[in-house]
Design a protein around this ligand. Structure first.
Ligand code: URA
Length: 261
């Protein structure tokens, strides 16, 4: 493109911009920003709306989109598809794949973990790493098995988040809030008698509070169903002395299932 400026003037202008801190050419062709102004939506400073009102709609829209997509799902296959198509969660872009659920959807017990880890992200199923193996052994100790075809002895397993957070960091409150409509619908469609909230993240999603050491072993209500908070198996791997409480909670679960069978 031909420039109206002579070489020395253009060079001096460029050097002046570099001196001011410009270190990147954004486009090769010049942009007429006066012409753009007419088309551009008003900036926050120009707009009459207060700053928070300008920031909030995007978040609200994403949660509303999640709610609409989740509530439109009529069965678990539809919910899985809706989640797969949901584009508002950044975690999706960093994960290898979505981890939806495992086990028997007809089970009386639904277990809700936190989020996929490295192994789950690779395999596409919840609780398949070291914590998952411990979970399977814990369940086997009270006669439950995710592979069982019999609803009475089966479990159904999912997580608060279906995508692995980077470096296995804890899920953030806004990520939990964004995906909560899908989890709520997931529980409603599976229809378990009892929900097990594994660890703090799951308690935050189901009960709106953390504090697993205090909450564990006490029946609560989550997603409109009886819910038992328990230590997360990953915590039990790090803290073997807490297995005693976990065993007590498993026995409590077994007793409740027997009472209501
Ligand atoms: N921890 C969880 O909470 N969920 C998994 O799926 C694996 C580990």
């Amino acid at each position: 493109m031909e420039s109206a400026l002579d070489y020395d003037t253009a060079k001096a202008l460029l050097e002046w911009q570099v001196e001011l801190g410009a270190d990147e050419a954004l486009s090769e062709a010049p942009v007429n920003r006066y012409a753009l102004d007419a088309e551009r939506p008003k900036s926050r400073a120009q707009s009459k709306a207060p700053p928070t009102a300008a920031a909030k709609p995007a978040e609200i829209d994403a949660v509303q989109a999640a709610r609409a997509a989740a509530n439109a799902a009529q069965d678990l296959a539809g919910l899985r598809a809706a989640l797969q198509e949901f584009e508002h969660c950044d975690l999706k872009r960093g994960a290898k794949q979505m981890v939806f659920a495992d086990g028997n959807p007809a089970a009386r017990v639904m277990i809700i973990g936190e989020a996929p880890g490295r192994d789950e992200d690779r395999i596409g199923q919840p609780f398949v790493g070291a914590a998952g193996h411990l979970l399977d052994r814990m369940l086997a100790a009270i006669g439950l098995d995710r592979k069982s075809d019999d609803a009475a002895s089966a479990v159904y397993i999912t997580n608060v988040l279906p995508w692995r957070p980077p470096q296995n960091r804890d899920p953030k409150p806004d990520e939990i809030a964004l995906l909560l409509p899908f989890l709520t619908r997931h529980v409603a469609l599976a229809g378990p008698d009892i929900v097990i909230l594994m660890g703090n993240i799951s308690c935050e999603a189901g009960l709106g509070k953390r504090g697993i050491t205090r909450l564990r072993g006490h029946w609560a209500e989550a997603f409109g169903r009886p819910a038992l908070p328990m230590f997360h198996p990953a915590y039990l791997l790090r803290t073997p002395q807490a297995k005693r409480e976990a065993w007590a909670d498993l026995l409590e679960l077994k007793a409740r299932l027997e009472r209501k069978s």
